[in-house]
Design a binder for this molecule. Structure first.
Ligand code: OGA
Ligand code: MN
Length: 293
């Protein structure tokens, strides 16, 4: 296995090992898992991608998340990100599927709004629009390590509230529908995630986060916006230009990502599988301490 650096201080292209190898061979899995813990983002090029291969790969890393209500693929392992409708037509730019893509264009980490957040996401390119529609990534682990020590100390035990509606409301008031609002009430997480394998912390924030325990709401929003700005400064971003056959996996504990717009009259279809975080991934650590009454 060869690892070729990709981004500013994080991310590698994995060569010499395929996603099928990882699915079928324990040693290949161990090597790739170690690279994932170290580098936070892995790229595999020229993969023989199909739904079942993607699931077999993803499953090696832990329990698969089920796609949430009111998404394409709800209740199953596959989240389908596409601007093609049920009858094979390109949907109009005002369609919910395009609004979903626009919400994905806000810097976020996947599933921080769920009761069980995500360890990792695996995204494969199926049909690409020819140009644009890149995906950008930045490391919240490096962002945490860049913070002044005093702020790190303050944020060590700080707890933020995340909700799905908070990010969707920034795009369109009806994008999060009643079913989603009911199924996805706000959840609270520590503002940093300690990786139990290497002892490194990462800032844990997202477009879904909006409030901080014990802090006035306006001050909290201001602090979250400053942290997001600092984390996502252009020099800290890796821009992934997709090729068909690409499979990218990222660590949702230690990365933010966002999708870039494209010409929505052209098809862009991607498939995501998502691995839930477990205690072994530091889930217990990101849970807030019990409230004392
Ligand atoms: C995702 C996501 C952005 C993109 O799959 O979780 O945010 O560029 N994707 O498709
Ligand atoms: Mn995402």
């Amino acid at each position: 296995m060869e690892l070729v650096p990709l981004g500013p201080g994080f991310g590698v292209e994995v060569r010499g090992v395929s996603i099928l190898d990882v699915a079928s061979d324990g040693d290949a899995y161990k090597a790739v898992r170690a690279a994932f813990e170290d580098h936070s983002l892995l790229l595999f090029r020229d993969q023989p991608i199909a739904d079942d291969i993607q699931v077999a790969y993803s499953r090696a890393f832990g329990p698969l998340e089920l796609t949430k209500v009111a998404s394409l693929g709800a209740g199953g392992f596959y989240s389908r990100l596409t601007n093609v409708g049920a009858h094979g037509e390109i949907v109009p730019p005002t369609d919910r599927q395009v609004l979903v893509a626009q919400a994905n264009a806000l810097w976020h980490t996947d599933s921080s709004f769920k009761r069980t957040p995500a360890l990792a996401s695996v995204l494969s390119a199926r049909v690409l629009p020819g140009q644009d529609g890149d995906t950008e990534f930045t490391s919240t682990r490096l962002a945490w390590e860049r913070l002044p020590g005093e702020l790190r100390g303050k944020l060590q035990d700080a707890v933020a509230t995340h909700s799905y509606a908070n990010s969707r409301d920034q795009i369109h008031p009806d994008l999060a529908n009643a079913e989603e609002r009911k199924a996805l009430p706000p959840v609270r997480w520590r503002m940093n995630w300690l990786n139990p394998v290497n002892g490194r912390r990462a800032l844990y924030i997202a477009s879904h986060a909006y409030a901080i325990d014990g802090m006035d709401d306006r001050d909290a929003r201001q602090l979250l916006a400053e942290l997001m700005d600092e984390t996502t400064r252009p020099e800290f971003v890796y821009v992934h230009k997709w090729r068909t056959g690409d499979v990218v996996m990222w660590d949702n504990r230690a990365m933010l990502h966002r999708g870039r717009p494209w010409d929505y009259s052209k098809e862009r279809s991607m498939v995501r599988t998502t691995i839930s975080a477990t205690a072994a991934d530091g889930l217990d650590q990101v849970k807030p301490p019990p409230t004392v009454h």
